[in-house]
Design a protein. Structure first.
Length: 281
């Protein structure tokens, strides 16, 4: 049984996303999970630290999950938890954790309940012993010690596990209509005391007529002198309004970004770089 993720004093963790599926890498389907995850986190005052795409390859999935379990933080893994031959995520989670796969008793009851619902909807007899229904129970076979993640769409649950390194991974289906409310539930149930603990702000300015390489020493100095602030540089060569330019800025806690941004603009003025509009996000 996993313990609660958050408390009133623990620091806000890194949050990662793993997206599984050959169909994403081949282009048969466009990924929608990345943008939605950023949206769901942003609504709660959280940010995404990293994202990783892997195909339906057991070696690659296991390696990605082993990394996720090995470091503190929380991760959402979308895709590959079904029971068809191209679904490998449940097996890879067990391998990464070095645990056995077992039929979760609550997942079993939820899957049986779904079978009853489908039989009633189709005016058919409820036959849990039928071969295809027995096979459906495999969707409730999770690594030993897993907790379930409820699925409001069709009751077939996901699951979550915590590794020895402190990483907790929530395993969700690949279907957005299921995965997104399940992700929201996991955040609201297990991560709520982290909500809006940080006020993350980006401050930037449009810089004309400068090269990134010439601005690098200034960027390095700002990061060195302002702890907890990151400097970013987004060059553009064909912007419809600004043409060739660099959007140069800082991001971090609101209280730390203003002095860093002021120092950045002072450095740009000393450099003689023409500056345009300023932006705050």
């Amino acid at each position: 049984m996993n313990s609660p993720l958050s408390d009133n004093v623990s620091p806000v963790p890194d949050i990662g996303l793993i997206i599984v599926g050959d169909e994403i890498l081949s282009g048969k389907r466009a990924d929608k999970h990345l943008s939605k995850t950023i949206e769901l986190l942003g609504e709660r005052g959280l940010t995404l630290s990293w994202a990783r795409y892997v195909g339906d390859d057991r070696r690659q999935i296991t390696a990605a999950l082993r990394d996720a379990f090995a470091q503190p933080g929380i991760v959402f893994s979308c895709g590959g938890i079904g029971a068809t031959p191209d679904d490998h995520t449940r097996q890879c989670a067990a391998a990464a954790l070095e645990r056995s796969l077992v039929l979760h008793p609550q997942a079993r009851e939820l899957i049986l309940e779904r079978m009853r619902d489908v039989a009633a909807e189709q005016n058919l007899p409820y036959e849990p012993e039928r071969a295809d229904n027995v096979h459906r129970l495999n969707m409730g076979v999770f690594p030993e010690g897993a907790d379930i993640v409820p699925n409001p769409y069709n009751k077939i649950p996901g699951f979550d596990c915590t590794g020895s390194g402190g990483g907790r991974v929530f395993f969700l289906p690949g279907f957005p209509v299921m995965a997104w409310p399940m992700m929201a539930w996991a955040l609201d149930t297990h991560c709520h005391t982290w909500f809006h603990r940080q006020t993350w702000v980006e401050r930037s300015v449009i810089v004309f007529g400068a090269m990134e390489a010439s601005l690098t020493p200034l960027m390095e100095r700002i990061e060195a002198e302002h702890a907890g602030v990151k400097v970013f540089s987004l060059p553009s060569v064909d912007h419809p309004e600004y043409g060739r330019h660099i959007e140069l800025g800082v991001k971090g806690e609101e209280g730390a970004t203003q002095p860093a941004f002021d120092a950045l603009k002072q450095g740009l003025s000393a450099f003689g770089a023409p500056m345009g509009p300023e932006m705050v996000r």
